[in-house]
Each structure stands twice: as structure tokens, then as C-alpha cells.
Design a protein around this ligand. Structure first.
Ligand code: AAT
Length: 278
């Protein structure tokens, strides 16, 4: 009998993946962790019952979370990634010319271990000498760290679900810590979820960001894996307008182009009506 993994997009809409095999199942101190070999998208990471990243479509999310901010910033030397223990985002960040140092703060060591075992496409850059891996809560790291400021911070986290580890990364206190952790011309982006079903996430984050950062922008891409496909990112910037690519793209990509970069900021009115004036 075929095995299916099922996730609720809403109480009345479900997504299902046909599973070849469960590759891993465990419980860490932070969350439940599964790696499922899906027939459509290959090996895929599920945390607390929510699909996080699949081998087949991860390039869309990771390219858009890395390249929009990094190619809008003219010299992104020091980059902080919060979450992203699967390594897919770090892989893209480390392709950008001029990136000298990446600090990856992932709360859960088990995510990194299982990604190394089962998601090799994601983890190819985790041993790059420019990368430092720290296991800590990203919010606590930012508040406690006494190191020099970052040019770019990328928040590749789980959604704000109940008492899950990602919830703290959607609070005004965290946005204040982000502001303080960035250089005078720094900028940040965080994933703000599937905007058809959870538009309140992007709404709340953008209202918090706009009170702290001179520039707040929302952009999107489509990810088949995430409910409703329409997926959003919210950014805060101290100086540079993240809508405008300033560094040329000189390496192959599968989703990102400078034209997609600019089009990604065109928002449907049902969503823009919820967002603050910027
Ligand atoms: N690269 C795409 C994968 C993810 S997983 C998000 C990661 O964020 C997980 O490994 C989780 O352990 C980590 N995380 C959650 N909270 C924190 C925290 N407070 N500090 C550091 N790391 C954290 C994201 C996919 C997006 C899913 C959209 N539904």
C-alpha cells in the first residue's frame, strides 16, 4: 500500500506527498524531525509535521532568500544566517563574490546531522572554511554577541507556530536585535510564510520592521512545497533599496534572475492592503 505524508494548509485544505520511504524519524529537544524520501521531490525534511525543504524545489526558496538581499547590498562581506541548518541557504550565500565570512546559527544540531546524512545536495558548502557553525538560539545569539556587526542577516527559520523554536524570531524584540546587529548600511530578510493562508505573519512582521528600519519591503516567489505556493519574504534595510540589484549575476542559477528580482516586489492588492505604507 502506498505511503502518504499529509500536511494541513488550512482546516479545509490538505497537501499530500507520496512517500517512497521514511529515511529518518526522531525527536530532538527542540522539535520532531523526519526525513522522507518523496516520489515527487526526493529526500525532504519535515519538522513538527511541517514540510521544510525538499531536494526537488529547494533551489527556488534558497536562491530568492540569498540573492535578492546579497545582490542588492554592494559589499556583503559578513553574513549571518539564523536557522538554515540544512545548509541550502549557506550554499547559495557562499557563491556570492566578496562574501568573506558566514556565521550560521542553527538551534538544533540534529537538523545538521540528518541533513549531512540524507540531504547531500543541501550540505555541499557546510565545510567551507569561510563558514562558522554555531548551535544556539538565533535571538539569544544576536542579543548576546559582542562581535562586529553584520552586513546582511538572513533568517531561514521555521514558522511562528505555538511554542516552536521559530516563534521568537517573529517578535518586535527580535527585530530590534536585528537592527542593532547590523552595520550602519546593513539589511536583513526573513521568511514570512505562505501568504495565501497566513497573511498575518507578513503583516505583523512588516509592521514591526517599518517602525525600526528606514526601508521595509516584502517580496515573494512560488514554492510548490509550501501551502498555497505564494511564499513571502520581509526585509528591513538601513540604507540600500533591496528592490534594486546592484551586483551583476555572474554564475548559473535555476530560479533567480535580475528581472525576477525586481518583479518579485510587485504585490497583489489583497496582500499590499495589509502592509504598512513604505
Ligand atoms: N532551509 C530551509 C529550511 C527551513 S528549516 C528552519 C530551521 O530553523 C530549522 O533547522 C530549525 O531548527 C531552525 N530554527 C528554528 N528556530 C530557530 C531559532 N530560534 N534559532 C536558530 N535556528 C532556529 C525553513 C523553511 C521555511 C519553512 C516555511 N514553512
Amino acid at each position: 500500500m502506498a505511503l502518504w505524508f499529509r500536511e494541513s494548509a488550512s482546516p479545509a485544505h490538505r497537501l499530500e506527498w507520496k512517500i517512497r520511504q521514511e529515511l529518518y524519524s526522531g525527536q530532538s529537544p527542540f522539535q520532531s524531525i523526519q526525513v522522507l524520501d518523496t516520489e515527487q521531490f526526493g529526500p525532504s525534511l519535515v519538522l513538527d509535521g511541517i514540510m521544510q525543504t525538499t531536494t526537488g524545489d529547494e533551489f527556488i526558496y534558497h536562491e530568492m532568500l540569498a540573492y535578492v538581499p546579497l545582490l542588492a547590498h554592494p559589499h556583503p562581506r559578513r553574513v549571518l544566517i539564523i536557522g538554515g541548518g540544512d545548509g541550502g541557504l549557506a550554499r547559495e550565500v557562499l557563491k556570492v563574490p566578496g562574501v568573506e565570512e558566514v556565521v550560521l546559527v542553527e538551534i538544533d544540531p540534529v537538523v545538521v546531522e540528518v541533513a549531512r546524512r540524507f540531504l547531500p545536495q543541501h550540505t555541499v558548502a557546510l565545510d567551507d572554511p569561510r563558514l562558522t557553525l554555531i548551535h544556539a538560539d538565533g535571538a539569544a545569539y544576536l542579543t548576546d554577541q559582542k562581535t562586529e556587526p553584520f552586513d546582511v542577516i538572513l533568517v531561514d527559520s521555521t514558522d511562528p507556530e505555538g511554542d516552536g523554536p521559530g516563534t521568537v524570531l517573529y517578535t518586535p524584540a527580535f527585530h530590534q536585535a536585528l537592527y542593532e546587529g547590523l552595520a550602519d548600511d546593513g539589511l536583513y530578510v526573513q521568511q514570512t510564510g505562505a501568504a495565501f493562508y497566513n497573511p498575518e505573519v507578513v503583516e505583523q512582521v512588516s509592521h514591526s520592521v517599518v517602525t525600526r528600519f528606514p526601508l521595509c519591503r516584502v517580496y515573494w516567489c512560488t514554492v510548490p512545497t509550501y501551502p498555497g505556493a505564494l511564499f513571502t519574504f520581509t526585509s528591513g534595510s538601513k540604507r540600500y533599496d533591496i528592490q534594486k540589484p546592484s551586483t551583476p549575476l555572474t554564475w548559473p542559477t535555476r530560479w533567480y534572475t535580475p528581472q525576477i528580482h525586481q518583479l518579485a516586489f510587485a504585490l497583489p492588492p489583497y496582500l499590499s492592503q495589509r502592509l504598512p505604507e513604505t
